[in-house]
Design a protein around this ligand. Structure first.
Ligand code: ROI
Length: 163
């Protein structure tokens, strides 16, 4: 099958977030039929949504894959669970690991479990800035050029983590 490039958003705000991101990166690379092509810097930001939770660490990863979007989603959900993700009723609560398919080739997908491009992408500094770092010329279907999305998206306290 043909390989496509997909972009994955990684986020964590519990139990050593940097280590959660590093472990998730390794787990994604260990998936059959998925190869990393680029990985952004790590970024720290205050929580979007409920404020009574720790700051987040976020990154964006580009992969080449011949998994379908649904196959990739199921693999990412398994990695979230392996890293202790507990789904609570609370919307937008703290989490050890969040893995989102941001983009899958140029596809627009809208099925019950999966919306691609990710619905919140353009409004989230912790997604558009790291995405621009590794894909400065990418076009987000239905939303526009990444440079334009960045120009319209306030930093909201986002900081690149040194190193
Ligand atoms: N806020 C930040 N800063 N980073 C995230 O990854 C993140 N993820 C979420 C919510 C709870 C919306 N807030 C976030 O799912």
């Amino acid at each position: 099958m043909n390989k496509v490039v997909a972009y994955i958003g990684l986020g964590s705000n519990l139990i050593t977030p940097e280590a959660q991101i590093a472990t998730a990166r390794q787990a994604i690379n260990a998936l059959a039929n998925v190869q990393e092509c680029a990985f952004s810097s790590l970024y720290r930001s205050p929580p979007m949504g409920p404020q009574d939770q720790p700051d987040y660490v976020n990154a964006v990863m580009a992969v080449k894959t011949d998994l379908s979007p649904m196959q990739l989603l199921r693999c990412l959900q398994k990695i979230e669970l392996d890293q202790g993700r507990v789904r609570k009723d609370e919307r937008w609560g703290a989490r050890t690991l969040d893995l989102d398919i941001l983009l899958y080739a140029e596809e627009v997908i809208d099925v019950p479990d999966l919306i691609v491009p990710h619905y919140g992408l353009a409004e989230r500094a912790f997604v558009v800035y790291p995405l621009q770092e590794i894909a400065p010329t990418i076009h987000v279907p239905g939303k526009g050029a990444i440079a334009d999305l960045v120009a319209l998206c306030p930093l909201d306290g986002l900081e690149k983590i040194a190193g």
